[in-house]
Design a protein around this ligand. Sequence first.
Ligand code: IVH
Length: 673
Amino acid sequence: MTREEAKNTIEKLREEISYYNEQYYQNDTSVVSDIEFDHLLEKLNQLENSYPEFKTSDSPTQRVGGTITKSFETVYHRYPMLSLGNTYSEQELVDFDKRVRKALPDQPVEYICELKFDGVALSLTYENGILARGVTRGDGERGDDITANIRTIRTIPLKIKEVGLPGIFEVRGEAFLPLSSFTRINKVREENGEALLANPRNAASGTLKMQDSSVVAKRQLDCYVYSFLADEEVVSTHAEAISLLEKAGFNVSPTFRKCKDIQEVIKYIEDWEFKRLELPLETDGIVIKVNSYSQQKALGFTAKSPRWAIAYKYKAKSAATTLHSIEYNVGRTGAVTPVANLEPVKLAGTVVKRASIHNANFIAEMDLRLGDTVFVEKGGEIIPKITGVDFSKRTPEAEEVVYPDHCPACNTPLIRQEGEAAHYCPNDFGCPPQIKARFEHFIQRKAMNIDGLGERTIELMLDKKLVHTVADLYKLTYDEIYALEGFKDLSTQNLLAGIENSRKAPFENVLFAIGIRYVGRTVAEKLARHFKNIDEIAKADKEALVAVPEIGERIADSVIGYFRDPDHQQLINELKAAGLQFELAEEEKDVQISDTLSGKSFVVSGVFENFGREEIKEVIVAHGGKLVSSISAKLDYLIAGDKMGPAKKEKAESLNIPILSEEEFIKMAGLVR
Ligand code: IVH
């Protein structure tokens, strides 16, 4: 390929990928399969690595991150980022309308109502159609330059479409973590025993301040834009600006409405009070803006906020109710979760009877007592939470909470590991709720996916002692199932077929299904791909485990602990005998791209220009190399990135281990032709 050809191919690929991105993220249409898409992106990435002179900041490859920012630069906003006047009352809206009309006598006034998105305000500067800078609000005058992180937000165009926007302009918007992503992330974190993210807004704000943009990319933030600022006057109303931004490729929430008077504004507020709870993100009110730019200009600003806009906030969806009792549930891994039983109370359209209390620390911090009047609120989570105690209503009868020191289900003494908030029941094989939860985990879709088997049937089977461990499922006979309450010929056959079918579930599903603590679906996939079969995983020592991309010490310890347990060894043997897949399927093994690095071992250290931290490890494995976590005499190469610690360098030198630069590694792996 000549340089000229490479340049043309790069441009074509960028256009094609950007088009698919836009279709996917803004129009919800998949034009190509994920595999095809990844393939195009990889091709572009490789070309850009081979011809770094053609790398540009607006390339779709920049979306995957990989830039490490040590500390964010502070930059001044060209136009200050002001705040908005707030109100909770309709009367104050009427007053606002009166003030506006008084300042604009005899003029018709139109308002635009939008939802007030609860995320992180961003200011995006575009220069000649390209995203030049993305900055946080900061103190309104100056904020942090977080451009590298902002580039990973797929609905923010890196290059806009030609729709007549000026050479330099700014767009303001709200970055947010969609509720679905928030729930998904927390589910995985829970599965892995990690601390949960408190709410979507904190999660979005924390994510945008991360130093490694490839981690930001994985969180999949989104952004709605709601303001346009430029020195030139290209449009005369806010509505026109928003529609132009949408045409240029920005993500605009379709929820805005033009209102011709304050009554229509109030109607909008009523319409959205509950409907907003169905939106993909959290909103805490609405923003009312005068539509005409010339009228906005005439109204001007107070010291802090514009006179042409106001925010109406919905009252927090909070209710007061009585805490009757606390119930302690035991999960699959033995973790005990306290749940509050409340006097049923209506909150944001539903009746709330239970609320999550997290752990013993939470009870102590809140000073919760049985019989207390507590406040409950609905946040981004599905289960409402207790946000406080009304101490003025506490009676002398209020009873102190005694946190159990024995398992509420099997009476085994609970343990609490150092540094962990949760209490655990260590009786894995004898504690009924743990056993039941393990079955439920095992049969779920992402695991063995056993059709025809539900929670109720598992209970029946456990009650009747038909099964003790999940391996017993594979020994069930027609007669045993048929004898269970509610089972007829067809349902029995269905279940048997479901069990039979699950023997074919791929290795990564099986590895997830056996329920090793901290091994969620993604980790299971990583381990399966890396080690290829269960025996290799069981044999792996800590060093081999942590060398796998994204596997940390905590997971490694848990995996080692799991396979050391004789009960687990027996379970694996029984499942093997039942014919489950304990090896990666042949076609999966072929994900290896080449064997240019085969037989060589590597330690990776420092920061790289062309790869994220995890990415370089994946490249090594994909080209047949082996990853090692520490330097020893057996090591073949140390790949030294920027800012590698001097100790590593010294050690490698003293052992005469060749040190490769990023460039040398790229050549060795054959990434350049
Ligand atoms: S317009 C002069 N529109 O609310 C301020 N802001 O209190 C113009 N926000 O920092 C802001 N949704 O982060 C505007 N539809 C919307 C909004 C919105 C959320 C946030 C924004 C701003 C804060 C103002």
